[in-house]
Design a protein around this ligand. Structure first.
Ligand code: NAD
Length: 351
């Protein structure tokens, strides 16, 4: 039997709890031994669940049984915590965004290399069922070649009332949600992003962006719009995808949505309709025979799970699902989005 990976966790807040309650316990090859949080009440909560609570982070890093450390703390602390763990001979999985900048990430990757240890990043939304459906639309082309993708998340609660408000803690929505949506698109579309346009929003008057819109122009001709909004009392669909033979919409994470596909029927031209105070033929609905409405496909599953992949990498040198060069590329793209947004310019990104 191959030896299980024993883990420790630093930061038992919102996402740390999610790892413990929703992810790690499902794993047969990864076991959580214990953890440490700077807040005594969070340590108490961890202890009540039967896990070992370390007196300090240092004490956890000196536990020879711990092989993998999950860093689930605010963004500005990832670098120091990950570096310390790597230097103590531990492998690390860091929550997203991996670091505050591409420079920080390069430095941590150099530490990992020197220590001969593995550094992983939790880009969990590559496994999201809605994104798996988009992957099927893009790769299997049930509607023909996809040429335009709109990926949005909309909320109406502003920035959550925590460290996400603070610039020096890596707050703001580009780093919070943007990192997920951009990671999905770069993982999906195997083509350089030649240029980037962006608008950042500061509606709430915070020092960090409370939302943004970015347009990515891929070399293969695909255009993608990414939007994160926190002042949207009416949401737009999570995904809107245009392909040469049809359109697909996924409304929400509940996977409601549909595809409308052209049948190829060549009948009468659409009859003009009254539109506002005028007439239009162009915007008239196609005739009933010209299109069919279809359910969304199931989506292409991504396996194995985040933790099983880490186990396989550590024990069998298996290929990683989330590669560090991909994480670095997304960090650089976010930096270009900030520059493009602040300069109100379309900026080049890759050749
Ligand atoms: P949170 O504020 O709920 O929890 C952070 C916890 O870390 C707190 O309990 C805090 O006391 C503790 N902490 C802070 N500094 C520490 C230190 N130096 N040592 C030990 N503990 C420390 O924040 P959160 O929402 O859980 O976010 C944590 C990380 O997880 C962030 O990087 C965030 O971007 C990420 N996150 C990822 C996802 C995802 O889907 N992948 C979702 C939410 C959050």
């Amino acid at each position: 039997m191959t030896k299980e990976v024993v883990m420790g966790i630093v930061g038992f807040g919102g996402m740390g709890s999610y790892h413990v309650h929703e992810l790690i316990f499902r794993e047969k090859n990864v076991r959580l031994k214990g953890g440490y949080d700077i807040k005594p009440e969070r340590n108490e909560a961890l202890g009540k669940e039967g896990y070992h609570v370390y007196a300090s982070y240092e004490e956890m890093l000196n536990d020879p049984e711990i092989e993998l450390v999950l860093v689930a703390t605010p963004n500005d602390t990832h670098k120091a915590l990950a570096t310390a763990a790597l230097e103590h001979g531990k492998n690390v999985i860091s929550e997203k965004p991996a670091m505050m900048s591409s420079k920080e990430l390069e430095e941590v990757l150099a530490v990992a290399k020197k220590a001969g240890k593995q550094f992983f990043v939790h880009q969990n939304r590559r496994w999201d069922p809605d994104f798996r459906i988009i992957t099927e639309l893009y790769e299997k082309k049930p509607l023909g070649e996809v040429f335009d993708i709109e990926s949005r998340v909309h909320g109406a609660n502003g920035i959550p009332g925590d460290w996400r408000h603070n610039l020096n803690q890596g707050g703001g929505m580009v780093l919070d949600w943007g990192v997920h949506l951009l990671d999905q698109l770069l993982f999906l579309i195997d083509s350089p992003v030649t240029s980037v346009q962006a608008d950042l929003s500061y509606i709430e008057g915070n020092e960090v962006d409370d939302g943004f819109e970015a347009k990515l122009y891929f070399k293969n001709g695909v255009i993608a719009l990414v939007e994160v909004g926190t002042s949207n009392f009416i949401k737009l669909p999570r995904w809107y995808v245009k392909a040469l033979e049809g359109t697909a919409v996924i409304d929400d994470w509940d996977l409601s949505g549909k595809m409308v596909k052209a049948t190829g029927f060549l009948g009468e031209a659409p009859t003009p309709i009254q539109a506002g105070v005028g007439l239009t033929k162009t915007m008239a609905p196609p005739s009933e025979e010209a299109t069919e409405t279809l359910p969304l496909p199931e989506g292409i599953a991504l396996a194995p799970s985040v933790y099983e992949n880490i186990f396989q990498v550590l024990r069998n040198d298996a290929p990683r699902i989330v590669k560090n060069e991909e994480v670095l590329r997304v960090m650089r793209l976010m930096e270009t989005i900030f520059k493009a947004g602040h300069a109100h310019q379309v900026l080049p990104f890759e050749k």
